[in-house]
Design a protein around this ligand. Structure first.
Ligand code: CTP
Ligand code: MG
Length: 229
């Protein structure tokens, strides 16, 4: 299979979103969030294949909400944490390994094609890299509801996905990290395994739909793209 594969993690339960079924299956305009995300990768000329990590109870929901992708994507089973879901997805590609993978959250349907391209270029040259955006708000540290400290935002970035890696690099990093279960992204797993990671600047539109408020924002963003092309 050598080539570039997207691993889309879609096995979360969406607790903060709080709908009766996982948020990635919610409609945003005509399509589910997951289907919109899958389109971003299937339409990209440099992506050779897509693997979707799905919760075992959601298989039917997946086929109903992503009919265009039922036949064309590979499926793997999710785990209890995002870290486990990614590891399962990577292991599912082991038989015929791709050269590089882009690991992406199903809940980020606004990823731009040029960011995907820049991440692929880095991975193709053997580098690990992640989509990220500079922090714009002022930051405060507090353990209760009283500010204990101002935090200088200089040099701080918000990590997004996709996160792109040579396949063997990230698979072995996940093996090393599998005694722990607290890594919230794959850059943290790669850092734990000692790899340097580059930043690829992405826009603030690449939100992760996490709460019901994010869905309102996302619906407005979809309307804008419908009107402006
Ligand atoms: N994810 C996954 N497997 C898990 C947990 C998360 O595949 N066990 C995926 C989610 O489906 C999502 C992405 O990882 O696309 C980012 O996770 P997050 O936004 O936290 O989604 P959920 O875990 O579903 O939401 P919550 O944390 O609010 O329950
Ligand atoms: Mg989560």
């Amino acid at each position: 299979m050598p080539g570039i594969w997207a691993v889309i993690v879609a096995a979360g339960r969406g607790r903060r979103f709080g709908s009766p079924f996982p948020k990635q299956y919610t409609l945003l305009g005509q399509e589910s969030i997951l289907s919109l995300t899958l389109n971003k990768f299937s339409r990209h000329r440099l992506i050779d294949g897509i693997l979707v990590v799905v919760h075992p109870e959601d298989i039917e929901l997946f086929h109903q909400s992503c009919p265009d992708f039922s036949a064309s994507v590979r499926l793997a089973t999710g785990g209890d944490t995002r870290q486990e879901s990614v590891f399962n997805g990577l292991k599912a590609l082991e038989q015929d390994p791709p050269s590089s993978v882009l690991i992406h959250d199903a809940a980020r349907p606004f990823i731009k094609a040029d960011v995907i391209t820049r991440l692929i270029e880095k991975a193709a040259s053997g580098e690990a890299s992640i989509a990220a955006t500079p922090v714009v708000d002022s930051l405060k540290f507090s353990t209760g509801m009283i500010i204990e400290k101002n935090v200088n935002r200089d040099g701080l970035w918000q990590a997004q996905t996709p996160q792109a890696f040579p396949y063997e690099m990230i698979l072995s990093a996940h093996r090393q990290a599998s005694d722990r279960n607290d890594f919230t992204d794959d850059a943290a797993v790669a850092e734990y395994a000692g790899h340097p990671i580059s930043l690829v600047e992405s826009g603030r539109e690449n939100i992760k739909i996490t709460t019901p408020d994010d869905l309102i924002l996302a619906k407005n963003m979809i309307k804008q793209t419908d009107t402006n092309g």
